[in-house]
Ligand binder design. Sequence first.
Ligand code: ADP
Ligand code: MG
Length: 241
Amino acid sequence: MSNYVVEVNNLSKTYKGFKAVNGVNLNIKEGRIYGFLGPNGAGKSTTIRMILGLIKSSSGNIKVFDKSLKQNRSSILKNVGALVEAPSYYGHLNAYENLKIWAAIKGVDKEAIDNTLNLVGLYEHRKRKVSKFSLGMKQRLGIAQALIGDPELVILDEPTNGLDPMGIKEIRNLIVDLAKNHNKTIIVSSHILSEMELMVDDIGIINRGKILYEGSLLDLKAKYDSNLSLEDIFLDLTGGK
Ligand code: ADP
Ligand code: MG
């Protein structure tokens, strides 16, 4: 039994000879917030889509909850919640109704919806049409969708994309709350390294399909001058390439 919730070994994805993901290894520990960081086009979403079984890998292995994804896809995915790209929802329905549909799809009791709305701070807005929501509220509804069914592992692909500083802070507080108080393991990707520094425990830094560093944020910082930001460290790791 390994103590990793997700173990990715030598994972690659090739698009017409172009290696979007190139020999990636990831080890994600239980109960941690794992920042999957790298610039646009680095291979974050492609890796996440393979972990979620949404696209096939060209080579490599993925284990989730200590089981091979290939052999146990549906049982694994029942216990994984995800927000990928822009969440889809029905604008003409309210937040509660949207989650009710999602709960039905997932085969989950609708009693859990109020709790989830509370958790993401949308309970008081539950009767508002989603088309009237701010972008931050829509992102939180997307996270609520990911949380329906109370999965152990939550994967959020760029959940702060397009948000203002206040919206980013709200998402950050929510992610920290989920990991610290609700026993979730969270993978959160972002191309904005400075945003992640404030919430992640561990990081995987990816650039041009390859992992440049994986480990705790503190260990990485300890290797450098303590005044350096994660962005400075990234520039050092890539040599500006
Ligand atoms: P990130 O999420 O880190 O911004 P992506 O994983 O979306 O990066 O993309 C990694 C690379 O793979 C990019 O160069 C992108 O253009 C390419 N790519 C992603 N999806 C496809 C696809 N379906 N066909 C061809 N190239 C793709
Ligand atoms: Mg992406």
